[in-house]
Design a protein around this ligand. Structure first.
Ligand SMILES: Cc1cc2nc3c(=O)[nH]c(=O)nc-3n(C[C@H](O)[C@H](O)[C@H](O)COP(=O)(O)OP(=O)(O)OC[C@H]3O[C@@H](n4cnc5c(N)ncnc54)[C@H](O)[C@@H]3O)c2cc1C
Length: 300
């Protein structure tokens, strides 16, 4: 047990199961868990105190892109639900990083602000999307970003422009930073005017496309990035792995780049499936699929 007395001790949960905070509905326990609901200042104090005391910090939004170890996570896990939003002039807005992507897409649509239609049914928060450069249907998080405000464990409060954040396909400065000692607080985003009914109709098409092409059930979305000029799902299907299972972790019959928790999958099953599929595709095609999802904690 980490020797740390956090601020707002009464608001922290000890030894809390993490499966309920994971889109995959699995994972062990957090040593300490803090759910940031309304106070940005309180969140900053808790995280800074943990950093100062050498306590490892994991910040989660929707848990939609992370595989959490069965053995749980040491130190502090933050569930970021800070959702404050401020619409400004010239189709700009300031949003806290815990705001849901779907919620933001709907709120922008209502106002006739275009640029976030792609996000309508992408799970997770703005913070996770800023780290991953989430994207769909030709849109990407980086297209809306003007500036991101974040906290660095050593350097304190930072404000970075789009150019400084080194965005690429499902990657960013944040994603590449192995030490993880940062906390994204808010972003300034830019949209464009459009007819709300056109925005709505585009979003409905995207929702319908997802319903047609993606499986139901607990998953992490795409497991691997698409290799250049190809699709990970196509390569997995071609390797004959649709429906392949390890324990209760299974490759979807509908979309082979989605792996589903069929009921009682463990992170260990899921991790083995990720490695097995990667090895099979490599043996058959010479292409090494790169994982898009992130593993947290020990997978052995
Ligand atoms: C059914 C399904 C469909 C999906 N479809 C898509 C898709 O179409 N396109 C796509 O790009 N992705 C997709 N995903 C993946 C996922 O939705 C995105 O990666 C999303 O951006 C994850 O956001 P999150 O808040 O859940 O991040 P989490 O999974 O909680 O975290 C992801 C990473 O970001 C870090 N992080 C999160 N918030 C902060 C913060 N405030 N400060 C510092 N670090 C932070 C975490 O530490 C972790 O490293 C899908 C997932 C599912 C389950």
């Amino acid at each position: 047990m980490t020797n740390w007395t956090p601020p707002f001790l009464d608001s922290l949960l000890l030894d809390e199961p993490l499966d309920r905070y994971s889109a995959l509905r699995l994972g062990g326990r957090a040593e300490w868990l803090y759910i940031a609901r309304d106070s940005r200042d309180a969140l900053v104090r808790v995280v800074q105190s943990a950093w100062e005391h050498g306590v490892e910090v994991h910040v989660l939004g929707g848990g939609a892109n992370v595989l959490i170890s069965d053995h749980g996570l040491k130190g502090l896990v933050v569930i970021n639900q800070l959702k404050h939003l401020d619409f400004q002039a010239d189709y700009r807005l300031l949003a806290h990083s815990g705001l849901g992507l779907g919620t933001l897409a709907q709120l922008c649509a209502k106002r006739g602000w275009s640029g976030f239609e792609w996000a309508v049914s992408v799970p997770g928060t703005l913070g996770g999307a800023i780290v991953n450069n989430a994207g769909a249907h030709g849109g990407e998080m980086q297209h809306a970003i003007l500036r991101v405000e974040w906290l660095d464990a050593e350097q304190g409060l930072q404000s970075s422009t789009l150019e400084q954040l080194q965005y690429g396909y499902r990657t960013s400065y944040f994603k590449q930073r192995a030490d993880k000692r940062f906390l994204i607080l808010q972003a300034e985003l830019q949209f464009q005017p459009a007819d709300p009914s056109v925005i709505r109709s585009t979003m409905e098409q995207f929702i319908a496309h997802r319903k047609r092409t993606q499986p139901k059930g607990a998953s992490l979305g795409s497991i691997y990035k698409n290799p250049p000029n190809d699709y990970a799902g196509r390569l997995i299907e071609q390797a004959g792995l649709k429906g392949y299972r390890i324990g209760d972790a299974g490759v979807s019959d509908i979309h082979a780049n989605f792996f589903i928790n069929l009921g009682n999958a463990t992170a260990h099953d899921y991790y083995r499936l990720i490695r097995y599929v990667q090895a099979q595709v490599y043996q058959q095609t010479g292409i090494l699929l790169e994982t898009e999802v992130e593993c947290l904690g020990e997978m052995g």
